[in-house]
Design a protein around this ligand. Structure first.
Ligand SMILES: C[S@@+](CC[C@H](N)C(=O)[O-])C[C@H]1O[C@@H](n2cnc3c(N)ncnc32)[C@H](O)[C@@H]1O
Length: 179
């Protein structure tokens, strides 16, 4: 993730974890790059389906618990989290709509969802190119998609989008939403 890290270049990980207080769920935590940014009052369950990635998470605080879990099948009760966080994950989750339904189910009413995602281009030419290139991209990256419209998916799942922040002509988007 270090190369992508340089491209982000600013405070996105602080931003995405900033509202995460109380019981917090992170989905697709990868090798745990967000964990150092959580507030000390957050009780974080960091989930990630890939066993090899989880094994790389060795340096984390007492307020973090790890779980090998797919976002489409969250083994948590309804309305059990105050906040859900994800970075660069809805490009990869095979069934993004189902994962968002699960996120909504486990969030408490009014709970916070903050995501940072790369998304498809808004302009028709860029969008068509991404659509065309996606099968090769998906194969080369082992599952990432460059043609996702995660903001629309968040709306469609019934979240209230409070705000967004964008970078790289909107190809990277921060989504601030609540249930
Ligand atoms: C590009 S990495 C991002 C990792 C980390 N969030 C970050 O910002 O560095 C995408 C992550 O999504 C995870 N992922 C893939 N399928 C998933 C699923 N069904 N549910 C949750 N996470 C998934 C991958 O294992 C991988 O760790």
């Amino acid at each position: 993730m270090k190369t992508q890290e340089r491209a982000w270049n600013d405070d996105w990980r602080e931003w995405v974890t900033d509202k995460a207080h109380g019981f917090v769920l992170e989905i697709g935590a990868g090798d745990g790059v967000n964990l150092e940014y959580y507030h000390s009052d957050a009780q974080v369950i960091a989930t990630e389906p890939d066993a090899e990635s989880i094994e790389l998470i060795t340096d984390y605080q007492d307020n973090v618990t790890l779980a090998q879990v797919d976002a489409e099948d969250l083994p948590f009760p309804d309305e059990s989290f105050d906040a859900v966080v994800g970075t660069l994950v809805f490009c990869t989750i095979p069934d993004a709509a189902r994962a968002l339904r699960e996120v909504k189910r486990v969030l408490k009413p009014g709970g916070s969802l903050r995501l940072v995602e790369h998304v498809r281009a808004k302009n028709p030419v860029g969008r068509a190119f991404m659509q065309m290139a996606n099968p090769a991209w998906h194969w080369m990256t082992g599952g990432c998609n460059i043609n996702r419209d995660t903001l629309s998916a968040v709306h469609a799942a019934g979240f209230q989008v409070i705000g967004t922040r964008k970078k790289m002509i909107g190809l990277i988007i921060g989504i601030d939403a609540r249930k």
